[in-house]
Design a protein around this ligand. Structure first.
Ligand code: 5GP
Ligand code: ZN
Length: 112
C-alpha cells in the first residue's frame, strides 16, 4: 500500500517507535503540538474514522486503551486529549486512521 503510515509501519521510512503489537503501531508525531504528541495507528489500512465499519470496532477501542496506557506511562493524566481528525475540513492530512494523543501542557477547549 502506497500510504505514508503503511510505509512507516513496514520500516521503509523512519519514525520514533513507541509501541508495537500485532494490531497497532505507535510513534512520535514529526511535528509535535504538545510535549506528548503520539500517533496510535491500526496496522490495518483504514482511510479514516468515516470509512471504518463494524468489524473495526475492536481495533478502534484498542487504540484508545493504548492511548490511556501511554498517558499513564508518561504521567500526563492531569489532562490529555485523544483526537481523530476526520476529513480535510478537520485537518486530516494522512488518510490512514490514526488517533492523536496530546498532553503535557494545558489544553484549551474548544480546539481550533
Ligand atoms: P492528521 O493531520 O491527518 O490528523 O495527522 C497527521 C499527523 O501526521 C500530523 O500531526 C503530522 O505532523 C504527522 N506526520 C505527517 N507526516 C509524518 C511523518 O512522516 N512522520 C511522522 N512521525 N509524523 C508525520
Ligand atoms: Zn495505510
Amino acid at each position: 500500500m502506497d500510504c505514508l503510515f503503511c510505509r512507516i509501519m513496514r520500516g521503509e521510512l523512519p519514525a520514533k517507535k513507541i509501541y508495537d503489537d500485532q494490531d497497532i503501531f505507535v510513534f512520535e508525531d514529526i511535528r509535535p503540538q504538545a510535549p506528548t504528541h503520539v500517533l496510535i495507528v491500526p496496522k490495518k489500512h483504514i482511510e479514516g474514522l468515516d470509512k471504518a465499519s463494524a468489524e473495526d470496532a475492536e481495533i478502534i477501542g484498542k487504540c484508545h486503551l493504548v492511548a490511556a496506557q501511554i498517558a499513564r506511562d508518561r504521567d500526563i493524566e492531569d489532562g490529555y486529549r485523544t483526537v481523530y481528525n476526520v476529513g480535510p475540513g478537520a485537518g486530516q492530512s494522512v488518510f490512514h486512521l490514526h488517533l492523536h494523543l496530546l498532553g503535557g501542557r494545558p489544553l484549551g477547549w474548544p480546539p481550533g
